[in-house]
Design a protein around this ligand. Structure first.
Ligand code: BG6
Length: 511
């Protein structure tokens, strides 16, 4: 399949990309292939180079070999990769300590000179979160961004930039998120900080704004008068698969790992008001309003609005899955949620009391990410005799797999009499565009290289999303649950999540 191209052909500025955590999976599995994709499609800067930094010892050649072997399916051939990788370098150094920096700085200068890159640098933090702060502090104290700061730059006409991309998890609670934001603010201006969320790079998430604001048929019904509720599901069929110590530790379970970050971000785009323009600051202003309007639950409400789950053993797609607590690196008595379902409210005029149900889990029946907007029934029941057959009208945005948008509504069954059945109108992304969606990392890196923060998170979004989740986390920490594990791998999660919905007269879309 051909690859899609942006209509906006403005190339990113020349720059050096310095990736901390280069020996980690994310760099080799996602970042290097994403940069290769941009290069291959003519969307990378004219001149650029990548410097990977980690403590593990590699020569440039050994690192290139490893990066290729790790994701060889992403490259046409070894020769194609080598062509790109002539710009890929590696430095073994401890970037959390000042002792590691003379070598890093020397390497940066050498590569900048060799490739004639100028002073633009994109720093990327792609490692475990405990290293974020010491590296940011080092970037600052080593004077790596001084030239880019507007107040003291030498070239005021077109000052070079230094930007930083920060991966998740961004904090583990409101306090640590505020602290990390403050640490970043000591070194970088807010418009140089790119807090990445790869869900914001997914095609159908990006399409949400287009669906809502480039069409006139959805916006009139996109409110509490017509919408009964919104469901956002991100289920995964895999368990933690060898990453038990990370999931049970820094990732901290499904509510932290998925709901607080990815799903609330998606919800904010579903719930936001139309921005004045598509400028990053206008879009982010509207998103921030949604985050500020998220209802912060009272502790006594938590059992009614949140369900946690943990998977036991079972099988997914005929594959045996080991129970979470038996995974290496997981506490055998762990209370960590591998499933979370939460009913949120966005307290705005538009949404009134319309609930947003968000759920995510590991080792579930299917891998799928979808947003479903359920509409209210018609005000007058004209087809009264058939009423029991009716299903609510749904606007289904399928993010993955099978990206697309589906409208489900009632239709007449052919023939005599008046029989009614729900039918589907389908926009299938791959069928329509005959292209494969690029990976979200490629889309987001392209934005960052061009200085576009629209699809990156502002500090206020992160801090408010933690505020809305923290009472749930506190309640769960104070009230251990003795029925864990409470769902078998390969199912749709604990029955308590269905009960939560049933109490509201609703049900999860599990097909
Ligand atoms: C990551 C989470 O952010 O997203 C992982 O830390 C999760 O636990 C992953 O598996 C899911 O991403 P995707 O793109 O496969 O839905």
């Amino acid at each position: 399949m051909p690859t899609p191209k942006s209509a906006d052909a403005k190339k990113p500025d020349d720059c050096l990309i310095v990736i901390f955590g280069a020996s980690g999976d994310l760099t080799k599995r996602k970042l290097v292939p994403a940069l290769h994709y941009l290069w291959k499609n003519g969307q990378a800067p004219e001149k650029f180079a990548i410097l990977g930094v980690s403590r593990s010892k590699y020569t440039d050649k050994a690192y290139r070999d490893e990066a290729y072997d790790f994701a060889d399916k992403e490259y046409e051939s070894r020769a194609d990769f080598d062509d790109f990788a002539s710009r890929l370098y590696y430095e073994a150094a401890d970037s959390t300590k000042s002792e590691g920096w003379p070598a890093i700085k020397e390497r940066i200068c050498e590569i900048q000179k060799k490739h004639e890159l100028g002073a633009n640098v994109l720093f990327y933090l792609s490692m475990a979160p405990q290293f974020f702060e010491p590296i940011i502090v080092q970037i600052g104290s080593q004077g790596m961004v001084t030239e880019g700061r507007k107040f003291c730059t030498i070239d005021t006409h077109e000052p070079p930039w230094q930007r930083i991309v920060v991966e998740k998890p961004f904090g583990s609670d409101p306090k640590s998120a505020v602290h990390l934001n403050n640490v970043l603010a000591q070194v970088f201006d807010e418009d140089e900080i790119y807090r990445i969320d790869h869900y914001l790079g997914k095609e159908l998430v990006q399409n949400l704004m287009v669906l809502r604001f480039a069409n006139s048929m959805f916006e009139p019904i996109w409110n509490h008068r017509y919408v009964d509720h919104v469901q956002i599901t991100a289920s995964e069929s895999v368990g933690v698969e060898g990453r038990g110590s990370y999931y049970d530790g820094p990732a901290g379970g499904s509510l932290r790992d998925m709901v607080q970050s990815h799903l609330l971000q998606v919800a904010s785009i579903v719930a936001m008001e139309p921005p004045i323009t598509l400028d990053a600051s206008d879009v982010r202003t509207e998103k921030i309003k949604v985050f500020k309007a998220l209802r912060v639950p009272e502790p006594e409400d938590v059992p009614n609005i949140a369900v946690r789950g943990q998977y036991g053993d079972g099988s997914v797609n005929h594959r045996e899955v080991t129970a979470y607590r038996e995974e290496e690196g997981v506490d055998p008595n762990s209370q960590t949620d591998t499933f979370a379902a939460v009913k949120f409210h966005v307290d705005t005029w538009r949404w009134g009391n319309t609930p947003f149900y968000l759920r995510s889990g590991k080792a579930m029946a299917q891998k799928k990410t979808e947003i479903v907007v359920y509409l209210k029934p018609t005000p007058h029941k004209l087809f009264r005799e058939q009423a029991r057959q009716f299903r609510p009208n749904q606007i289904l945005i399928s993010v993955q797999p099978n990206p697309g948008i589906r409208l489900r509504f009632e239709g007449k069954v052919p023939g005599t009499g008046m029989s009614i059945k729900d039918v589907v109108m389908d926009f299938d992304y791959e069928d329509q565009w005959k292209v494969e969606p690029p990976d979200g990392y490629a889309i987001l890196l392209y934005d960052c290289l061009r200085g576009d923060q629209t699809n990156y998170k502002h500090r206020d979004e992160i801090e408010s999303s933690w505020d809305a989740c923290q009472p749930i986390l506190d309640y769960w920490a104070e009230n251990p649950q003795d029925d864990l594990p409470n769902y078998n791998a390969g199912t749709w999660g604990p029955s308590a999540a269905d009960v939560m919905m049933a109490k509201d007269g609703r049900y999860w879309r599990n097909d």
